[in-house]
Design a protein around this ligand. Structure first.
Ligand SMILES: Nc1ncnc2c1ncn2[C@@H]1O[C@H](COP(=O)(O)OP(=O)(O)O)[C@@H](O)[C@H]1O
Ligand SMILES: [Mg+2]
Length: 335
């Protein structure tokens, strides 16, 4: 049975932070540069051998900790980390328990460690592959020096994660961007880093093809995916968005549905739109000097944490004063 805590979060349909997925996409749906594919195959071989030695060879019964396998999928957005996690779960015949970590951290604020424990328990109960998506925050936030209450929670979260990883007898995948920096204790528990690079021309051409239905999607005779792949340096995620935009534009054209076709110009306009949307997004992430604009949520959290500390200190002082006053009154009365 799923933990009540997890059920509560999974029931928040609009902002799902923990979700169990029955994988549909397989490794055949993923197009990867040869080196990435090789590392992934090696990771899968480790999983298979792991099952052999810990289950069939009985070592799992002798060793109660350190039986899990943790992988880090590192790469820019849209390079296929999430579909690969799904495909791996599919290959292993398991469900995928996805935690949107970036979202989880802000929703679970104050309760992250406890929810991490519940998540690992849910993954064990469902025998699912546990996938921490957007896990950069885990990697980069262990702080040194005098911590703020929020940093303390981050440090505690990492410690809980390390403990759970040590005790978990399954597969955990983290997805991070390339800049992510794991702290050494965490690094030791990651078995393999799989680097997801931007696709090259050949991979892009194949991803374009995979994004349409081979029989049902009506394409005009001028469509040339190779040409699109050569012209636009985009990620698989961008191609997916461009295909949907192109189809929407073709469908919106006047005339009977039967005569509608997606043409090369639809794909070209859509890809250019996707690319310019990315430029706008990047500009809004950085101000003119190239300095990151502070995340308002983080600023708010820190302010909130400071206030909380101040209130706790005030309450502590008031409590001490009250106790001192009571002791003084008692002393006067006892004389
Ligand atoms: N390497 C790839 N092969 C096939 N499709 C891809 C690939 N990368 C991305 N896509 C497409 O883009 C979508 C988003 O990719 P996703 O796996 O979410 O990327 P990431 O997790 O790295 O941000 C996928 O659902 C898929 O349709
Ligand atoms: Mg993803």
């Amino acid at each position: 049975m799923t933990s009540p805590l997890i059920s509560f979060f999974t029931s928040l349909a609009s902002r799902r932070v923990v979700e169990t997925v029955t994988p549909e996409r397989t490794l055949a749906d993923v197009v990867l540069p040869p080196q990435t594919r090789r590392t992934l195959e090696q990771a899968l071989a480790q999983v298979r051998n792991h099952t052999l030695i810990f289950h069939r060879w009985g070592l799992g019964e002798r060793h109660t900790s350190g039986r899990g396998l943790a992988f880090n999928f590192a790469g820019p957005p849209g390079t296929g980390k999430t579909i690969c996690a799904e495909a791996i779960a599919h290959t292993l015949g398991k469900k995928l328990l996805v935690v949107d970590y970036a979202e989880a951290e802000s929703m679970w604020f104050g309760e992250t460690p406890k929810n991490i424990v519940a998540t690992f328990r849910a993954a064990a109960e469902q025998n699912a592959v546990l996938f921490f998506d957007e896990a950069d925050a885990i990697a980069t936030r262990r702080s040194a020096g005098v911590p703020l209450p929020h940093d303390r929670e981050s440090n505690l979260t990492i410690n809980v994660l390390l403990r759970e990883l040590e005790a978990f007898n399954g597969i955990v995948i983290f997805a991070t961007n390339l800049a992510a920096n794991f702290d050494p204790a965490f690094e030791r528990r990651i078995r393999t880093h799989v680097l997801f690079e931007m696709p090259g021309v050949a991979e892009r051409a194949r991803i374009w093809e995979l994004q349409i239905h081979p029989k049902k999607t009506p394409l005009a005779p001028d469509v040339d995916f190779r040409q699109l792949a050569e012209r636009y340096v985009v990620s698989g995620g961008d191609i997916k968005n461009a295909v949907i935009k192109a189809a929407a534009a073709a469908a919106a054209e006047p005339g009977p549905d039967l005569g509608k076709r997606i043409c090369q110009r639809h794909f070209e306009c859509a890809t250019e739109e996707v690319l310019s949307a990315k430029v706008i997004m990047q500009q809004s992430l950085f101000n003119e000097g190239g300095v990151t604009t502070p995340d308002p949520l983080n600023v708010w959290r820190k302010v909130e944490a400071r206030w909380r500390t101040a209130i706790l200190m005030a309450l502590g002082l008031a409590g001490t004063a009250l106790v001192a006053a009571l002791v003084a009154v008692a002393l006067v009365l006892l004389r």
